[in-house]
Ligand binder design. Structure first.
Ligand SMILES: [Zn+2]
Length: 572
């Protein structure tokens, strides 16, 4: 048994995420966590809401709520949706937790002691009307290059020119519209990432099993041009983790908070501490996952994320952990994803284009979405959601292949033998061949799941279902029954056991349907089929089962057309 630590990139707090966000890290991370647990490994699966920063403050202001209250409410909304999609986090934490405050302040203190923090005085725009410093992108004005009158302080989105806020003509606050702005001097802390370049390069080059794409992105950021730059870790905001040197005050930094990029990944660790507290366990319970001097040296740590997050997780976060000089567990493998597009364009949160997590669950069960998203995961390239493809894939794979097998076998058995596993008869060469074919496909499925090949795994799982259907088609117990009822009984006994086997191996993809299949078989034995032949005789003759309701109702053309127009844009 291995110990496997899995983290999913943290969803930001300011709204409900769309399906592209879901398949970009949380859902495939859940697939892997479920599979590893099913194989008997000890898993710690962690995610959390990322709650700090200006966008959270502005979303709260828009909702006319104090930011702490807004974040607490949105955390509950996101936690409920995660549960609705059956995301099996061991803990879904909050980056605003006391544990993260303490740990972030601790890390900053360690980095300071190691000489890896510099204090830099900067000039920044202050809005008197808003009573706050404005981040670059919250200053708007006229672009000096093209004359566009809504250019942002960091970039003009009309002509794409990179800007400084002081370049803007007639600058104003994007928050209040006030033009009462002034440039003030303010002090910030920077993480001296440049000083850690050699250490980071050695570490990245030691990762021989990482995809070339991952290491090349990291090395590019590390060495291209002027190379990796020092990075500000503080902000002049109210909402966030107060800047401290461990537990001590940091002279000159009163009233400032850590920048969200610094505290968010530390929440992976802090959320594990939140988990320990929620379980009534002591610090040793989470430290054995994260401190290599306290038991984490045999942990394998996998991070799931969108590809835009790769530089950050290969450079900045490791720089924090290494720079602390403490033996924190570093990532062993990064699984990253491209983007999911929506029906000929992009998902858009601002325009409400595409399907959002709450809407998805309001129209169909989670397994439908899980199956389609995972079997079309944007791994090697971007992928696209279309309603036609979704309908065809769900109807064919789930309803016609898996659902149909379960329905046919249980209904036939009920009508000829009653709702018990029938006795009598023995299996022949056709069944031996089925066992051999299933064994080969299952071993291949296991290898692909182990390697986090999400799409290929789904194809192999589907191939396992197809083998069962082909077998039933050829063996045709409904015909055999007329001439050789004993043989038909043996075939049906095998097929009922096959339903249980499918429940076990399909559970990581479609947990609700798997549970329904297992319940119908009157079984609670989720043991993984090592020996397929043995697994197919697990339910003995005389064992009672129930005939389940339809597992997967087909999506009709009318429903598809209705949804297609409803989700085309501008969310209410
Ligand atoms: Zn411009």
């Amino acid at each position: 048994m291995a110990r496997i630590l899995i983290t999913s990139a943290l969803p930001y707090i300011n709204g409900i995420k769309h399906l592209g966000n879901l398949v970009g890290s949380q859902l495939p991370a859940d697939l892997y966590a479920r599979y590893m647990r099913a194989r008997g490994h000890e898993v710690m699966f962690i995610c959390a809401t990322d709650e700090h920063g200006t966008p959270a403050e502005l979303a709260a202001a828009k909702a006319k709520k104090p930011v702490a209250e807004y974040c607490a409410e949105m955390h509950e909304v996101q936690a409920d949706l995660a549960a609705g999609f059956r995301l099996s986090f061991d803990h879904f934490g909050r980056s605003s937790s006391p544990q993260n405050h303490k740990l972030t302040q601790h890390m900053a203190g360690r980095l300071k002691a190691a000489g890896l923090i510099s204090e830099v005085s900067e000039k920044q725009v202050y809005s008197n009307a808003d009573g706050r410093f404005l981040p670059d992108r919250y200053i708007e004005g006229t672009c000096p290059n093209c004359g566009y009158d809504r250019a942002r302080g960091d970039q003009c989105e009309n002509c794409t020119k990179q800007l400084d806020p002081t370049d803007l003509i007639n600058p104003r606050s994007a928050i209040s519209g006030s033009t009462d702005l002034e440039v003030r001097e303010t002090k910030h802390l920077f993480l001296r990432q440049r000083d850690m370049r050699d250490q980071l390069r050695d570490w990245i080059k030691s990762k021989k099993d990482w995809p070339i794409l991952t290491t090349s992105i990291a090395l590019k950021w590390l060495d291209d041009g002027d190379g990796l730059q020092d990075r500000g870790i503080t902000r002049d905001l109210d909402w966030g983790i107060p800047v401290k040197d461990g537990e001590a005050e940091w002279p000159g930094m009163e009233g400032k908070v850590f920048y969200v990029w610094f505290d968010a990944p530390i929440e992976y660790i802090a959320a594990t501490a939140e988990w320990a507290e929620a379980q009534g366990l002591g610090d040793e319970a989470w430290e054995r996952w994260w401190r290599t001097d306290k038991g984490a040296d045999d942990v394998r740590y996998i991070e799931f994320m969108g590809k835009d997050n790769v530089p950050f997780h290969t450079l900045s976060f490791p720089a924090t952990l290494m720079g602390s000089g403490e033996p924190w567990k570093l990532v062993d493998y990064i699984k990253s994803f491209n983007y999911l597009n929506y029906d000929g364009g992009q998902f858009s949160t601002s325009q409400g284009r595409g399907v959002f997590m709450d809407q998805a669950l309001s129209i169909l069960p989670p397994d439908f979405w899980r199956w389609w998203l995972l079997s079309h995961a944007p791994e090697s390239s971007d992928s696209e959601f279309t309603w036609e493809n979704f309908q065809a894939s769900v109807n064919k794979d789930l309803a016609d292949v898996l659902g149909n097998l379960v329905s046919r076998v249980t209904k036939f058995c009920r009508s000829k033998f009653g709702e018990v596993v029938p006795e009598g008869g023995s299996l022949g060469p056709r069944e031996e061949k089925l066992v051999a074919d299933l064994t080969e496909k299952l071993r291949s499925y296991e290898a692909l799941m182990e390697a986090m090949e999400v799409r290929k795994s789904s194809a192999e799982l589907r191939a396992l279902w197809v083998l069962g259907n082909e077998y039933l088609q050829e063996a045709a117990p409904w015909s055999t029954f007329k001439t050789d009822p004993d043989l038909a009984a043996a075939q049906v006994r095998l097929a009922l056991n096959l339903i249980r086997l499918y429940a076990v191996v399909s559970q990581p993809f479609i947990p609700d349907a798997a549970q329904a299949m297992m319940d119908a078989m009157g079984c609670t034995d989720w043991s993984w089929p090592g020996d397929v032949g043995a697994a197919l005789s697990l339910l003995p003759a005389g064992h009672a089962f129930t005939t389940p309701d339809v597992l997967f109702a087909k999506i009709t053309d009318e429903a598809r057309e209705d949804w297609q127009s409803r989700f085309a844009g501008i969310r209410a």
